[in-house]
Ligand binder design. Structure first.
Ligand SMILES: [Zn+2]
Ligand SMILES: [Zn+2]
Length: 99
């Protein structure tokens, strides 16, 4: 029980308020900026101002919860499919009366 747990930060997709994660210039695959929420195959690295504009668009799909903004990573089509399934399931549950 040392302070290893307290050091552990929240997932990058969870940001306090409407703050954005600090953007750092990439030094591994390019010398511009990546979106911290998207994989580089979905959002290609670009100059800082463009990444900032892109990050603003993340807010439109983000979920606000108790003062935190929870961003959804893009490119996971299973997320959309899941929510659709849930809706259908709810309808079915309402029709069927359990014993
Ligand atoms: Zn890069
Ligand atoms: Zn992104």
């Amino acid at each position: 029980m040392d302070d290893m747990d307290t050091k552990q930060t929240m997932h990058i997709t969870i940001q306090k308020g409407r703050s954005l994660p600090e953007l750092e210039r990439c030094t591994t695959c390019c010398n511009v900026f990546h979106c911290p929420f998207c994989s580089s195959t979905l959002f290609h690295s670009t100059k800082l101002s463009k990444v900032r504009t892109h990050l603003e668009s993340h807010f439109s799909r983000a979920v606000l919860h108790e003062g935190y903004t929870i961003h959804r990573s893009r490119g996971r089509k299973d997320i959309r499919d899941e929510s659709k399934e849930e809706e259908e399931k709810e309808e079915q549950e309402g029709l069927e009366s359990p014993v």
